[in-house]
Design a protein around this ligand. Structure first.
Ligand SMILES: [Zn+2]
Length: 222
């Protein structure tokens, strides 16, 4: 059985993290979320780790070359039997680097899973989030606390994080449209793209994704 090499793409708030959990469980994939990976890597006592820590300490941006090196290292360490990448590639430049690095290792992408949702749906979803300082999460519409503005668990006040403010979300969405959306067309042209409707319930989206990945695995086994 050959490995499933998958990429998740979609705007922030489309539900990739939620879906990833069930997916890596069922298909036994290494879940490689770039944000977590980079945070872990900079604390590591290695050449690459120190290099990243230094760039971040100086307020710089870690370039594509380095992010790709970290991703590939993790794919080699954990993803021999398949992986699900989340948060990388984000640009066509990163996609080129990933493709070249996989090719060198005799591997290629199996599929790209795109969870789509319009900006207004995402903003409504994320801007409704409220948290207490202990990290209990609510949503003003979908999961409201019993008393408005107060945590059910510990009675602490609920706040809207800066990340969840509409203007911050819109900025992240603009970046997604500018930088990441060109990837959608590219992967579509390469016949790798599968689209999922992120406005549906998480259960529905999850069922659809799992059915698709099962089919990919069967096709792969033939
Ligand atoms: Zn709380």
């Amino acid at each position: 059985m050959s490995a499933l090499n998958l990429i998740f793409i979609g705007p922030p708030g489309a539900g990739k993290g939620t879906q990833a959990e069930a997916l890596v469980d069922e298909f036994d994939l290494a879940y490689l979320a770039t944000g977590d990976m980079m945070r872990a890597k900079r604390k590591e006592d290695s050449d690459l780790g120190r290099k990243i820590a230094k760039i971040i300490a100086e307020g710089g941006l870690v370039d594509d070359e380095i992010v790709c090196a970290v991703v590939i290292e993790r794919i080699e360490a954990e993803g021999a039997d398949g992986f699900l990448l989340d948060g990388f590639p984000r640009t066509t430049g990163q996609a080129d680097k990933l493709q070249a690095a996989l090719q060198e290792r005799g591997r290629s992408l199996t599929a790209v899973l795109l969870i789509e949702a319009p900006d207004d749906v995402i903003i409504k979803r994320l801007a409704g989030r409220r948290v207490c300082e202990d990290g209990h999460v609510y949503h003003v519409e979908n999961n409201p606390p019993q008393q408005e503005g107060v945590c059910d668990v510990d009675g602490k006040p609920l706040i809207q994080r800066d990340d969840d403010k509409p203007e911050t979300i819109q900025k992240r969405l603009d970046t997604y449209h500018d930088q990441t959306e060109p990837l959608v067309q590219r992967y579509e042209d390469e016949g790798l793209l599968h689209r999922f409707d992120g406005t549906r319930s998480p259960d529905e989206v999850g069922d659809h994704i799992r059915r698709t990945v099962r089919t990919l695995r069967r096709e792969d086994d033939l």
